[in-house]
Design a protein around this ligand. Sequence first.
Ligand SMILES: Cc1ncc(COP(=O)(O)O)c(C=O)c1O
Length: 316
Amino acid sequence: MPDNFQKKTLFVTTGAEAVENAVKIARAATGRSAVIAFSGGFHGRTFMGMALTGKVVPYKIGFGAMAGDVFHVPFPVELHGVSVDQSLAALKKLFAADVDPQRVAAIILEPVQGEGGFYPAPVAFMKALRELCDQHGILLIADEVQTGFARTGRMFAMDHHEVAADLTTMAKSLAGGFPLAAVTGRSEVMDAPGPGGLGGTYGGNPLGIAAAHAVLDVIADEDLCSRANQLGGRLKQRLESLREKVPETADIRGPGFMNAVEFNDRTTGLPSADFANKVRLTALDKGLILLTIQDEVFGEALDILETSMLEASTGK
Ligand SMILES: Cc1ncc(COP(=O)(O)O)c(C=O)c1O
């Protein structure tokens, strides 16, 4: 884990459970209850995970009242008109209008928003959050459930930042798809909950731990951080080469292999889910589903994606 302070880990079964526990640990360690999260963020489908998630459709709609003492601030995405300064100003406004920072246990964010659209948190933003947390005794939680384990070209997405989180949640690639998740944090923070306060029947089950060991060996042996950078580089290069031919292309971004291409409507200039869907359906029709991939298949995938973007854009 980034930074070399003393750490301890709690093993659980799903990403959402890791998030729930990170919040419980932060509450126990600080004696405070409020939590701040960001618009567009995704933290799982359990009650606290859902409350922290900054997206109503499809995650919250129809599920009634959310867990209390959760506040959302706009996530900085320059492309959509929210600068780092504006996001920090919103946070300060929240402290002035809604919640005393001395009541805030944690600020939680994904270092690269996953379900929200692959938006990386700017380095200056993470640094400013760290400073604010230190100033007010708030814990910083990095939700690395989606960004963890080589996907961004580094072992953790927080490795791209100058500062470290106090608590980190992880799951997904940790055990290569086998249900294992974890919260790792500062030892003294992790020790705050009382005996029996954290746990679960399947937490740290031997099969999950064995799978995680195997995954970590493969990541090291096959240098998968480099591979993520290499594949991501190829993907971004191909998408860049299509910018002029596909004028709907609004943005190409993302560290390592956690990449996104964003589309706007050609006439309105506004984000176009319709166009993205058209590309996706055309690609699906041509037999492209994006999962783990061999080099030749990835080459074929890029060709299909290119044709699909061109067909969607030209209507031919
Ligand atoms: C950032 C993030 N947090 C939490 C979760 C929830 O993980 P799980 O689906 O394992 O409960 C996800 C799942 O996609 C995620 O991307």
